[in-house]
Design a protein around this ligand. Structure first.
Ligand code: ADP
Length: 473
């Protein structure tokens, strides 16, 4: 794991980049200056050599080759300032050289082409250029030189400056980089400091925004909306826990008081039997409540989150109908089932559909008087299909209709022991359908009955074909 801070890394990158830029720029400037100075000197030296050559050719043309040393001394006055030359004959004997040229080493007499060289003599640096000159039958070695000491010193100074600039520039860049990254990262530190104060007891705290809509504002916004969601879930969990304990308190109290009553006189067999029956009923209802609570609290409703499969909703409803009919018959309620013609292909979870169906059937039976009817129908409309349960029961008043899907919501909160009513059935049905892409809708009229409609999307055409005639069949 890299333990360096972002600020340190930014500073390092920034100063590294500046040092590299200074280095490259300096090298380019130094190279260009050195090349320019050398090129200018070479051009002047070559033109000086050509001048001497032309002078010697002229001397040959006028047959005046006797006193060349003296003639060349006079000619040297014509050379540009600071330029000097030396002429050697074919034997390497000196024909002419000014005193200033003495420190400069002679050019080799066998070289044919133009030859440039750098010489460092007694603290002076010279640039020399030499070549052979054929003047009639004479052969001369011409060498011109220029003292470059000043230019070399200048270049050395440039080099020194550049070398000094690198650490200085690097340090400056590090300081500026550190300051800049500190400024840029200051809001991040603020975010971190605020985020550290947010815990379960302070879930209402939010990160402050700069208001300029930059990336950090976007990050704060995202974290804030995440906190909104966490806070909402936290409140829901707190509410759920409070509701659940409230719901469980009543049956536990009943069990306790019944048991206490029994303990007062355990000789009356009939009373003991009735009391124990009450306890068993309450325990059953608590067990059901706990199982429902577990289903809801798991959020993901694990047992019903299995893979989606292709199933025939119509067949599922038909399979559950006899059980529903038996339950209804126990309360002298008639259950009429109507199925549309063909299979209803749904890509979903069959167990979920069946659980929802039974929750609705249980409710319809519970809230319908003896002698009433329940109608169970499957249907299909375009690309949607589902089932509807219509009962002739007590109905639900308009103001309760939206709330019955909330956890623990019961229209009539008066509770009879063992009636199995917890206010969780519809909440479970809705959670399951939400998770599996289903829909639930209620219509009701007080005193006349209710109608619950559950719908799913019909599976793709290919799915439908596979359901009617499975590919492996
Ligand atoms: P419960 O365990 O109380 O039935 P549900 O969540 O299943 O919990 O239902 C919530 C409330 O909605 C019930 O208490 C009841 O008042 C009302 N309700 C549900 N189904 C029907 C129905 N078919 N007819 C009348 N009222 C119903």
């Amino acid at each position: 794991m890299n333990s360096y801070t972002i600020r340190f890394r930014l500073t390092l990158w920034y100063s590294g980049l500046v040092v590299l830029t200074v280095l490259l720029l300096g090298a380019a400037v130094y190279g260009a200056a050195a090349w320019g100075v050398r090129e200018a000197a070479d051009q002047e030296l070559v033109s000086g050599l050509n001048g001497i050559d032309a002078f010697l050719q002229h001397k040959l043309a006028i047959h005046d080759m006797d006193n060349l040393g003296e003639e060349l001394r006079e000619h040297s006055a014509l050379m540009p300032r600071g330029k000097m030359f030396r002429v050697l004959d074919a034997n390497g004997k000196l024909v002419y050289q000014p005193d200033l040229m003495i420190p400069v080493a002679s050019a080799p007499t066998n070289a044919r082409d133009l030859q440039g060289a750098n010489q460092l003599r007694s603290g002076h640096s010279y640039r020399t250029m030499s070549r052979i000159a054929h003047v009639g039958t004479y052969l001369f070695t011409l060498q011109a030189a220029v003292d470059q000491t000043q230019y070399d010193q200048l270049l050395n100074r440039i080099m020194f400056l550049l070398v000094c600039c690198i650490p200085v520039g690097g340090c400056l860049a590090a300081l500026v980089g550190r300051w800049m990254s500190g400024k840029v990262l200051a809001p991040v530190h603020r975010i971190t400091a605020t985020a550290q104060t947010i815990d379960a007891r302070h879930l209402e705290l939010r990160l402050s925004l700069q208001g300029n809509g930059d990336e950090l504002d976007q990050l704060s916004n995202t974290i804030n909306s995440m906190l909104d969601r966490i806070s909402e879930s936290y409140d829901r969990i707190a509410q759920f826990t409070a509701d659940a304990s409230h719901e469980l308190r009543a049956p536990v109290a009943v069990v306790r008081s019944t048991a206490e009553l029994l303990l007062m006189d355990i000789t009356d067999r009939t009373r003991v039997q009735r009391g124990l029956n009450d306890i068993v009923e309450e325990s059953d209802s608590m067990a059901r409540l706990l199982s429902d609570l577990l289903t809801l609290a798991r959020g993901g409703l694990e047992e019903y989150t299995g893979n989606k499969e292709l199933f025939d909703l119509s067949a599922s409803v038909s399979a559950m109908t006899p059980r529903a009919r038996t339950q209804a018959a126990l309360k002298n309620i008639k259950l009429i089932s109507e199925s549309n013609d063909g299979p209803l292909a749904v890509q979903g979870n069959q167990v979920v559909a069946e659980r929802v169906l039974m929750i609705l059937v249980d409710n319809a039976i519970r809230y319908t008087h003896s002698g009433g009817t329940i109608r169970l129908t499957t249907w299909r409309e375009d690309r949607r299909c589902g089932f509807t349960i219509v009962d002739s029961g007590i109905g639900i008043a308009k103001e309760h209709r939206d709330k019955i899907f909330e956890r623990f919501y019961r229209v009539d909160s008066a509770r009879t022991p063992g009636d199995g009513s917890s206010g969780l059935g519809l909440a479970i049905a809705k959670s399951l359908l939400d998770l599996h892409g289903g829909n639930i809708r209620v219509e009701s009229e007080l005193g006349k009955g209710s109608s619950f409609e559950v719908s799913f999307s019909v599976a793709s055409h290919e799915g439908e074909r596979n359901l009617i005639s499975p590919p492996h069949a």
